[in-house]
Design a protein around this ligand. Sequence first.
Ligand SMILES: Cc1cc2nc3c(=O)[nH]c(=O)nc-3n(C[C@H](O)[C@H](O)[C@H](O)COP(=O)(O)OP(=O)(O)OC[C@H]3O[C@@H](n4cnc5c(N)ncnc54)[C@H](O)[C@@H]3O)c2cc1C
Length: 425
Amino acid sequence: MTASLSLPSYYQATANRKISTTPLMGDVKADVCVIGAGYTGLSAALELAQAGFKVVVLEAEAIGFGASGRNGGQICTGFSSGQGKIEAQLGKADAKRAFGLAEEAKQLIVDRAAKHKIDCDIRWGYLHCIPKAHQFNHLQEWHDEYEALGYGGNTLLTKDELEQKLGTTIYHGALRESHAGHMHPLNYCLGLADAAIKAGAVIHEHSRVIEVSTGSSPWARTDKGKVSAKFMIIGGNAYLGNLVKPLEGHVMPVASYIIATEPLGEDRAKALIADNEAVANTNFIVDYYRRSADHRMLFGGRASYSGRTPAALGEYMRPRMTSVFPQLKDVKIDYAWGGNIAITSNRIPDCGRLSPTVYYAHGYSGQGVALAGMYGKLMAEAVRGQAERFDLLAKIKHLPFPGGKLRTPLLVAAMAYYRIRDALS
Ligand SMILES: Cc1cc2nc3c(=O)[nH]c(=O)nc-3n(C[C@H](O)[C@H](O)[C@H](O)COP(=O)(O)OP(=O)(O)OC[C@H]3O[C@@H](n4cnc5c(N)ncnc54)[C@H](O)[C@@H]3O)c2cc1C
């Protein structure tokens, strides 16, 4: 078994293309310098290269090394914060426009996969399952909120109906979405990179930016070179560290873990999730899972705010999986890995400008598979002089996380609180 925070092993083992690039050497000039080759950076790079801009992407490790190559693959609706927090800041009409952008984010995946022939195994259907019977009211409200937003195709499932679809009896019902789903996240990311390169973008892997200037003539320096550009797009998300001083405290990295069982065979996999939907429970500390194309169970969850990596990740995660599917207690776990999610204090993504030519977007708070690509696209629109949609989202305010020594202990305490809240609610 492989257990590592830095090896998204199952996705790597099933990656359907290999892209190799060279590190940045020497000084180059570009129209746009992009930091980070995840969905955010690659989406912006693709749009801008297609529009004729000279784009250079600097990636510290490899394409998809960050969350984009190691996530649960769940294509979600809306924002992690829920619509209410967006309405409180933007008002109903603009919040509805923001929801529309999140809807467009899902379609963007479909369109790009079709246009650029990205084989990433997209599947539709999403079950949000309630651990407690009294939470059914919450599902009804959720359903009605979606209807009011003009987002249809959702059904409420009773406990009995859900048990026809899932091989577990632990839930008390679900909201089923037809227009959310799952995919192979690394293959989508590699496909985006391939499309960006074909459109003319230059990607340099193993080119960690160690110093930036984010004024009106931005530049980024690695240990072997420097990119000077008219525009800069920062897409380092949870992996950015303290590189960009003004962004410190905007997001908090939170580790989340996933295991992949051995292949179970189609019949056994279908007995767990009959219709191949993505599944999550409605807890704050969420379990999320799905079947893979080769009939494994991919089971994720167990956020860790303390930054520690559990020693035997597979065995750490197995009890979560068997609490849902006791029938998997003896299966082999072939892969286990983790990655960092960037959360914001209000769980709404954070985007903005550091100067008139330097843009950033991050903090999708566990819901960036679709959103990150959209924020990348909106930054590209802004660079091209159409900033209206970007500015709608950039208006949203965020409280910074406390800095210094207090930061981690406060988040660990917050997690303990949410664990208790999940247990009692
Ligand atoms: C385990 C896990 C499960 C998740 N599950 C889901 C899910 O099921 N559904 C969902 O919607 N979202 C999920 N997410 C979140 C989602 O994956 C992210 O929101 C999304 O991938 C963010 O994309 P990004 O491009 O902004 O960041 P990333 O993909 O993290 O990319 C950032 C890149 O920037 C690079 N970088 C950082 N600093 C530098 C530097 N100094 N110089 C050069 N490069 C740098 C990094 O190496 C990295 O490759 C999950 C995340 C994790 C970790």
